[in-house]
Design a protein around this ligand. Structure first.
Ligand SMILES: C[S@@+](CC[C@H](N)C(=O)[O-])C[C@H]1O[C@@H](n2cnc3c(N)ncnc32)[C@H](O)[C@@H]1O
Ligand SMILES: [Zn+2]
Length: 186
C-alpha cells in the first residue's frame, strides 16, 4: 500500500492512509497542510504518527517530552495549527484523535501550544477562529490570558478551505486508489 512515509521508517499500526488524507499547499500564508478526505466522528483515532526521534527541534518536529522531538516532515509535521483545533495528539501513543466530528474537506488542525514548549519559529496565526490567540510561539511563551484552557474543545464551524482544493485532492485520491487496484491485480 502506498505510504506517506519512506521505506526506511518502519510501518507503525494506524499509519495515515492515502484514502483518508492528503498533504497539499493550502495558501501562501500557511504553506502545506493536511486535508481530511472522509468523515470522522468525535473521539475517533485519525492516525498514528511516525518519524525520527531527535533531541533538537525542526519545523516539522512534535514534542514528545522534555528535550524529545519526533521529526515527521512527511505527514504529522504538516498538520496546521488552529486555536480551535479538530484534533489533538496523545504523545504517549502518538495517536491523533478527533476532538469533534470532522467532515470530509476540512483541514486537519491541532493546537501547537498543547505539545510544544517553544516553537521552532513563532508565527502570526490565521486560523480564522473567533478565539484566535494571535501570535503562536509555544506554551511557555503563551500570554497569561490564554493559559489554562481546556485541552479538548468542541467546534461548530469547520476550518475553511476552497472547494477547488478539495476537488483536486479527491481527484488525486481516486487516481491513487485506481493505481493501487491496478498494481494489486497484476
Ligand atoms: C509544523 S509547520 C506546518 C507545515 C508547514 N505549513 C509546511 O508547509 O511545511 C508550521 C508552520 O506552518 C505555518 N502555519 C501552521 N499553522 C498556521 C496558522 N494557523 N496560521 C499561519 N501559519 C500557520 C507556519 O509557517 C508555521 O511555522
Ligand atoms: Zn489562531
Amino acid at each position: 500500500m502506498k505510504r506517506f512515509y519512506p521505506d526506511h521508517l518502519e510501518v507503525v499500526p494506524n499509519e495515515p492512509s492515502w484514502e483518508d488524507f492528503c498533504v497539499l499547499d493550502v495558501d501562501g500564508k500557511r504553506g502545506q497542510g493536511v486535508l481530511v478526505l472522509r468523515d470522522f466522528s468525535q473521539g475517533s483515532v485519525l492516525f498514528r504518527m511516525n518519524g525520527t526521534l531527535k533531541t533538537e527541534m525542526t519545523l516539522h518536529t512534535l514534542q514528545m517530552g522534555p528535550g524529545l522531538h519526533l521529526d515527521d516532515p512527511y505527514f504529522a509535521g504538516k498538520v496546521l495549527h488552529s486555536c480551535e483545533p479538530n484534533s489533538w495528539l496523545d504523545t504517549d501513543s502518538r495517536l491523533f484523535i478527533a476532538t469533534r466530528d470532522i467532515t470530509a474537506g476540512e483541514l486537519l488542525t491541532m493546537d501547537y501550544d498543547e505539545t510544544e514548549d517553544v516553537l521552532f519559529r513563532s508565527f502570526p496565526c490565521c486560523c480564522g477562529s473567533a478565539r484566535c490567540r494571535g501570535t503562536i510561539g509555544g506554551r511557555l511563551v503563551r500570554q497569561p490570558a490564554h493559559r489554562g484552557r481546556r485541552k479538548t474543545q468542541v467546534l461548530t464551524t469547520p476550518a475553511e478551505i476552497p472547494a477547488q482544493l478539495y476537488a483536486t485532492a479527491m481527484a488525486e485520491k481516486q487516481h491513487y486508489t485506481a493505481e493501487f487496484a491496478t498494481a494489486s491485480a497484476s
